[in-house]
Write a protein that binds this ligand. Structure first.
Ligand code: NAP
Length: 310
């Protein structure tokens, strides 16, 4: 086999990728982490992280990822900021193709490409993105000071961010398609106790209506067939995530119905030398601490495999 450029390439620099990178660099593996934007991933969009162990008082998403990056940097993790266009993972030598035409080869690859916000796919959503339609409360909350806004979704993200938005908005209406929240008890209790939060149950947004300055109102349809109009200047769509798998060789990997990569408990995909960790993995719970743990696990599996090649 031709000599590869690296022993390990990590694709994606969120918590999973950075932790895998930390372990690899510390373990003196010849490793490269490829990231298309800034390291940190989706956590950079999170206002406050209250449940990452050892941060007793909580930590901002930005600070947590800044620290994870600095930690990997302390061990000299090599990073390349470039977009991956495709990968060939089927043979023993793995090839990563970059948008700029460059090719990099390695013995092993850890896929940490993460996920992105799901859209509601209704008229007005695309056109009004950035003009009242948002997928990131942390990024956009301060624009809605003293305004009436809506949050779509009933999961942990929607309820946590609805609570965050009450620091700015005068009223936050949570629109949920069922009559029961998916969010955990502590978030439910906080949201029900928050005077600024109202709920529209069994309801879905059917259209986002444009006014003179962006979003003006939402057309709401209820499961019983009725409808109403909700006047708001902003709508935060927080209904889960979609796999970032466009660059992955889906014909080579095994994926679930949502396009998330299936691994075993040691983060091994069905391809020798190829692992997946973090939100791109097929699993039920997507937590920062899980992503970090899976990153460590994937790297140790990769090191074990590298040992068999020696
Ligand atoms: P999620 O748990 O999948 O919840 C998505 C929510 O959006 C659900 O309430 C779902 O409704 C609703 N939904 C999905 N598709 C919809 C559509 N097309 N139209 C209207 N509503 C729709 O996603 P998430 O809240 O983003 O959380 C993702 C993961 O991160 C979870 O594992 C979560 O536990 C974790 N997380 C944890 C924390 C924390 O621990 N503090 C904070 C944030 C996120 P149904 O309920 O009817 O399915």
């Amino acid at each position: 086999m031709a000599q590869p450029d690296y022993q390990l390439i990590i694709v994606g620099g969120g918590p999973a990728g950075l932790t895998a990178g930390l372990y690899a660099a510390r373990g003196r593996v010849q490793v490269l982490l490829v990231e298309k934007g800034a390291t940190g991933g989706q956590v950079l969009l999170t206002d406050w992280v209250d449940n990452y162990p050892a941060f007793i008082d909580g930590v901002s998403g930005f600070e947590l990822m800044d620290k994870m990056t600095a930690h990997a940097d302390r061990f000299g993790l090599e990073k390349k900021f470039a977009e991956v266009s495709s990968l060939d993972l089927a043979s023993e030598l793995k090839t990563i193709y970059l948008e700029n035409g460059e090719q990099i080869t390695s013995n092993t690859v850890i896929l940490c490409t993460g996920a992105r916000p799901r859209k509601i796919d209704v008229p007005g959503e695309e056109e009004l993105q950035g003009k009242g339609v948002s997928y990131c409360a942390t990024c956009d909350a301060p624009f809605y000071r003293n305004q009436e806004i809506a949050v779509v979704g009933g999961g942990n993200t929607a309820i946590q961010e609805a609570l965050h938005l009450t620091k700015f908005a005068s009223k936050v209406t949570v629109i949920h398609r069922r009559d029961e929240l998916r969010a955990i008890g502590i978030l439910r209790e906080k949201a029900f106790a928050e005077e600024k939060i109202e709920f529209l149950w069994n309801a879905q947004v059917s259209e986002i209506v444009e006014g003179n300055n962006g979003v003006e109102s939402l057309n709401i349809s209820y499961n019983d067939g009725s409808s109403s109009v909700l006047p708001v200047t902003g709508i935060f769509v927080l209904i889960g995530v979609v796999a970032n798998n466009e660059m992955l060789p889906m014909d080579q990997l095994e994926t679930d119905s949502g396009g998330f990569v299936i691994t075993d408990t040691e983060m091994r995909t069905k391809l020798d030398g190829v692992y997946a960790a973090g939100d791109i993995r097929s699993k039920q719970f997507r937590q920062i601490v899980n992503a970090a743990g899976e990153g460590a696990n994937a790297e140790l599996s990769a090191e074990h495999y590298l040992g068999t090649l020696a």
